[in-house]
Design a protein around this ligand. Structure first.
Ligand code: C5P
Length: 424
């Protein structure tokens, strides 16, 4: 175990706040892993949490008193929750119930856990766990958005079997991932510190006339998650945003580009100044040759709109000279033969990696909060990942991209990149 976590949290004081979810038992595993990583862990519990796991369990593990009473004094007759709030290097709320999220969003402090989170200036990480209906309810989503606004790091719940017996999103993130999130918070510098990242996201809209367009259903959620994850790893991030149904993450430079032509201009301009380009946008393949200046009137006859192919933006970047070409990741949404089509595109477009997902089956990744992807290099498939929330897909993608990017930069590329560039 210690090989996995070589004292990455040595001497860090972490307060783990546990609230009343069936997932409270997993907090025991989280605490154990934090201890193994060298952290000094204090546990605070809501009264409901103590109904699921006893304070004695945590006290035995941490060899420290557990705070479950907001009015409790510590051994020095100090208010225990204030002492902990001040001493903490980070606060981890796991599991966080819908109720806890609502209290934190509203600034309510009915118990020791909320009191510590509210009183502390330490970074707060929150790992929600609840029924899928509760997680997707607009009230919960609004509370989560408020917490993100306060600067909390949200460790997204996973898709899986829930306490109700149903399968859906809401299961507490894997304890391993929770501890990794804490470790990332303390990594002296994120693994993308100083790296310039450009991400394109969303779909393009190709005007037919001033009000109509040809577009697609892309929500931009995957690209936004990739940009957000890069930001959290220390990259300076430019998001080239097509039409998106989600708000771009804070702390990234947003360049709006709603047509393929505008996106081309933005990407071709930004690429030579970027170290890594992730082309997650769904760029329309065709655009009306001449958009009408005025709204086209209906006159009973058929309307023919002549379409011309759009420039393949990522392929153009793939052909840039080596000294300005960023490390290049494309996406491929395929309805059949994912591997052949994705690796074909990787070669044709001169990419380093391509992220493939199957569309048109029973699960529709477009617009969903989850995605199941396979990443391909020129040598074939590199991953076998399950269906995951898009933010976790983004994290895994960055783990892989950073590794490959470093190797390519240091001249130990595991395999030649996609072809055109090298004349293939
Ligand atoms: O060929 P296809 O559209 O499936 O390729 C998808 C990849 O190519 C994505 O990374 C997409 O952003 C990029 N693309 C592009 N310019 C286009 C079409 C797609 O950069 N005109």
């Amino acid at each position: 175990m210690n090989d996995e976590h070589p004292a990455s949290l040595a001497g860090r004081r972490i307060v783990v706040g546990v609230s009343g979810s069936i997932a409270a038992y997993k907090a025991v595993l989280v605490v154990r892993r934090l201890l193994e990583a060298g952290a000094i862990v204090d546990v605070a519990m809501t009264p409901a949490a103590a109904a699921f796991v006893t304070p004695l369990t945590f006290a035995s593990l941490t060899h420290r008193p557990v705070v479950s009473d907001v009015l409790a004094l510590d051994g020095d007759q100090q208010i225990a929750h204030i002492e902990l709030a001040e001493a903490a290097d980070a606060i981890l709320l796991a599991p966080a119930t819908a109720n806890l999220l609502a209290e934190l969003a509203a600034g309510l402090v009915p118990d020791a856990v909320t009191a510590i989170a509210c009183a502390s200036r330490a970074p707060v990480l929150v790992a929600p766990a609840m029924d899928a209906g509760m997680w997707t309810h607009p009230a919960t989503q609004r509370n989560v958005a408020a917490l993100r606004d306060y600067g909390y790091i949200v460790i997204e719940p996973e898709v899986g079997e829930l306490a109700s017996g149903l399968t859906g999103i809401g299961r507490l993130a894997d304890p391993v991932h929770i501890v990794e999130a804490v470790e990332r918070r303390f990594a002296r510098s994120g693994d993308l510190e100083g790296v310039r990242v450009v991400v394109s996201a969303g779909g393009t809209r190709e005007p037919i006339d001033p009000v109509r367009f040809i577009g697609n259903r892309s929500s931009g959620k995957m690209g936004a998650a990739i940009a957000e994850a890069a930001r959290d790893r220390g990259a300076s991030v430019t998001l080239v945003a097509g039409s998106m149904s989600v708000t771009p993450p804070r702390g990234v430079t947003v360049v709006e580009a709603t047509t393929a032509a505008a996106m081309r201009e933005a990407i071709i301009g930004a690429a030579p100044h970027a170290d890594i380009l992730v082309m997650a946008a769904a760029v329309a393949d065709f655009a009306p040759v001449r958009p009408a200046k005025r709204k086209i009137k209906r006159d009973g006859s058929a309307l023919n709109v002549e379409l011309v192919p759009n420039p393949d933006i990522v392929a153009e970047v793939g052909e840039m000279p080596e000294d300005v070409r960023p490390f290049l990741i494309g996406f491929a949404a395929e309805s059949d033969d994912l591997e052949a089509n994705a690796t074909g595109k990787l070669r044709d477009k001169g990419l380093d990696l391509i992220v493939g997902n199957v569309i048109g089956g029973p699960f529709d990744a477009i617009g969903s909060d989850e995605n199941k992807v396979t990443v391909f290099g020129v040598e074939g498939p590199l991953t076998d990942w399950p269906m995951l929330p898009k933010r976790q897909v983004a994290e895994r993608l960055w783990d892989l991209i950073v590794d490959r990017y470093r190797k390519a930069r240091d001249g130990e590329s595991p395999a030649p990149r996609g072809g055109r560039r090298s004349g293939g």
